[in-house]
Design a protein around this ligand. Sequence first.
Ligand code: R5P
Length: 270
Amino acid sequence: MKNRLSRIIKPSSGHAVMLAVDHGYFMGPTHKLEEPRKTIEPLLPYADAIMCTRGVLRTSVDPKTSVPIVLRVSAGASVIGETLTNEATTTSFRDAIRLNAAAVALSIFVGTQHEHQTLKSLGQLVNLGEDYGIPVLAVTAVGKELEKRDARYLGLACRIAAEIGAHFVKTYFCEDFGKVVKGCPVPLVVAGGPKLETELDAFELAHDAIADGAIGVDMGRNIWQSEYPVAMITSIREIVHNGASVREAQQAFEEAKKTKTPILTKNPVM
Ligand code: R5P
C-alpha cells in the first residue's frame, strides 16, 4: 500500500501532480480530449500519475509507460442524463489488478439522493484495496450542484471519505480550504475544475491549495485545454514540487512556451 502510494505522492517532496484524463466517462469527447492519445502522450513525461478509465488506458496509453495509473472504477451517469450522481462501481477489482493500477478512484456524492450507494461502494472498494494493498482515491464529486463547493460541504465530504477508509481524497479548492484540510486525516489533492480564464488563475488555485495543505493536484482541463499544455503542466510542477510562487510559475510558463521540451528543475519520475 505504502509503496504504491509513494509511486504517486513523491517521497522527495511529499507532493503529487496527477494528470486527470477521465472526463470522457460522463462527458464524452470533451474539448481537447477528443483523441485521448494525442492529449496524453506529450504530457505523460511530466505527470506523477495518470488518472483515467480502463477504456482510455487500453486504447490510448502506451503500456510501456512507467507512470503510475490511478484507475477510475466508477461510472453510470452522463452529462445529458437526469443526474450525475447515480454512479456505481463499473470496473472490477480483478481488472484493476490486471491493469497494474497503482490506485483506484471512485466518486462519492454526499448529500444527494445517491449518497448511500456511492458511500457503500467506497467502503466495498476500500475493503478490496486493503485485501490487495491498492490505495483508494475518493473523489468528492458535486454533480451539477456546483454551489456546494464551500468549506463546510467539502470538509464534510472529505472527512466522510477518510472515515470510510479512503487512502487519499480528491476535492475542490474553496475559500477557507485550510479547514477542509484540517478535518481530513488523509492526503488531499485538488481538481482544477472547468478551464479558468487565464493560466495565472490556475497557478493561483494550485499555489493556494498547496499553501493551505493540499499535497497536490489532480488536474485536467486547466492543463490540456491550455494552448500550451506542456508548459502548463511543467509550471504547475514548479508550484507543487518546488514551492514556486504564482509569479515564478508564470515566468516558468512564459519560458516553457518558447521551448519544445521544457527543462525541469526536478526529474518527474523521482
Ligand atoms: C471529475 O470527477 C473528473 O474525474 C476529473 O478527473 C476531475 O474533475 C479533475 O479534472 P479537472 O481538473 O478538469 O476538473
